[in-house]
Design a protein around this ligand. Sequence first.
Ligand code: PLP
Length: 378
Amino acid sequence: MNTADFANLTLFITGPTYLRPEVRQAGLLPEFGHRDKENEKRFCPIFADLKKIAGVGADYELIIFNGSGTNAMEASIRSLVADGETVLNASVGAFGDLYHKLAQVNGKKAVQLKFEPGQTMDLDKLESAMKAHKPAAVSLTHNETSTGVTNDIVGACALVKAHGALPLVDGVSIFGGAPARINESAPAMYVTSTQKALGLPAGFGLAFVSAEALAKAEKVQNRGFTSDILAQLGRAKKHQTLTTPNTTLANQMAVQLDYIVNVEGLEARFKRHAAMRDQVHDWAANQDGFKLFAPSGYRSPTVTSVKVPSGVTQDQLKKLKEVLRGKGYLFDPGYAKLNTALESEGKPLVFRIGHMGDLTPAMLAAYLTDLSAALKHL
Ligand SMILES: Cc1ncc(COP(=O)(O)O)c(C=O)c1O
């Protein structure tokens, strides 16, 4: 096979993300047996470093699921919502909708609280929905990737807990790029994955699970097998996965998490993400006719949605993608379903800039310069 034909693009999409050369290189490390002592050499530090990145101690158990973030989200629904109980799914976009869908297809009594795309969660409306539906669990999106909105996850979890429900948090597109705030928000389960701000390939769903959630799961029937947090925990306590893991990814993860925690450092990593977010905001402010989609105060540190001048079509954004491919980048022409809805309503479309993982401000600056030039093609 002629792999020389595989393009080496720098990814400015919202995941998968750019891999540092050292992470690519770690993919060449030896495969190993996942029930052998070699497993411990990789996964013991992986478990410890992930807990450091999450800022949690012994009060949260970490489970590493094979699959991706969605598998861990589905496990939270299967393990923590009993038949006959209501799960309320708060959605500010496509990934909030995904949590609702997971609840529905698993036969749960699901109610959705939906907000306008581009808006943040309104906690007064969340409180009214809590009173009206009395859910046992509530799914929340920490960072909505389709719109670039970061919700007030601490406020939302406090509200959900005040009404006696379990908060289930999707932190897929923010974990590793900003504080997860698990200690402050105390969710029952906080879920993320490897291929976003951690700067790794996809392949694992990661879940931080509270003691309260584990006690609840004991009372839930039909938790499935790979979606059962109690079955998963049996292996996680030994720093293992329940089923055979991708050992190539495990090698890369051991190397990359050590880099994040011990070389770059968490504070520096979070600062770099905040700086790249500000860099994109400053750039957008200088583009005539372009505006930020998310409201001030709720703009994501990992992904920015930019509203284009009215009249710009999805086809034009797709052409822009090809212009940028010619420059060595993968451009994100916006979340397709959202742009289709915006287009049908005659509203301006959005494109997205993923600025997460191991992209640097210098790489972003070069990209923004080329993007400005490409925008002149619109
Ligand atoms: C906020 C959010 N939640 C969930 C998912 C689904 O995660 P995965 O693709 O890891 O299953 C994504 C993926 O983009 C996401 O951005």
